[in-house]
Design a protein around this ligand. Structure first.
Ligand SMILES: Cc1cc2nc3c(=O)[nH]c(=O)nc-3n(C[C@H](O)[C@H](O)[C@H](O)COP(=O)(O)O)c2cc1C
Length: 194
């Protein structure tokens, strides 16, 4: 099973980088998880350089959009067992230390040991708009893997769910997503015409 999370890492200068990352809890691997960051990501570079991260659980779909595509200011608090920062508005988190890092292929596999676990009650129920934003953010970070037509039609379908079932925060994040994708598409079209 893959759990979608927001991973916060520090660079060597101590700056915090939040990014959505899928995390696989290892069965039989008592208190261990594995991340699969692309080697081009800051997250990968930071994990390799510092050997630590905070894996934050969040049900705020908009946060997945903003951390995947931009560099938002977020309320953060110091981690306890590792040098790192925790998203203040989490719904649970793991502080982890890197144990093993495989670098073959374009995605690394990073096995980590959980050194502190915090779980909270009261997730607040499933919301389709938030789930649609998580899907939309994945689409927007994989533009190179799909055709513009299929991305646009998938985003329109997700936007309809957000309009129907989301609140203001979710609608704003979906607008941000659609504008981001449209902007990149125009740049792509211009480059193709040159
Ligand atoms: C829900 C979700 C899950 C993601 N999972 C991964 C992942 O497992 N590995 C990865 O490299 N990128 C993943 N991405 C894409 C990265 O978050 C995205 O490329 C981000 O810009 C990387 O940020 P960074 O360079 O600051 O680390 C995911 C995106 C979303 C929205």
């Amino acid at each position: 099973m893959i759990i979608e999370t927001i991973v916060t890492t520090l660079d060597t200068a101590g700056r915090c980088n939040p990014a959505p990352m899928g995390v696989v809890p290892l069965s039989g691997g008592e208190g261990r998880i594995r991340l699969y960051p692309f080697k081009t990501t800051h997250t990968f570079c930071n994990l390799k350089a510092t050997g630590a991260a905070v894996v934050n659980m969040s049900w705020d779909g908009a946060l997945y959009v903003y951390t995947a595509l931009g560099d938002p200011e977020l309320p953060l608090i110091p981690a306890d067992k590792i040098p790192g920062l925790v998203l203040r508005d989490n719904w649970g988190y793991w502080e982890v230390e890197v144990e093993e890092l495989w670098e073959e292929g374009e995605r690394a596999a990073v096995t980590c040991r959980i050194v502190k676990e915090m779980a909270r009650e009261g997730m607040g129920g499933f919301n389709r708009a938030r789930a649609a934003l998580v899907e939309g953010a994945i689409l927007a970070t994989r533009l190179h893997l799909n055709s513009p037509a299929s991305i646009r039609s998938d985003l329109e379908r997700l936007a309809a769910i957000v309009t129907r079932t989301g609140g203001r925060r979710e609608r704003e994040a979906m607008n941000f997503l659609q504008e981001y994708v449209e902007r990149l598409r125009k740049v792509g079209d211009r480059n193709a015409a040159d």
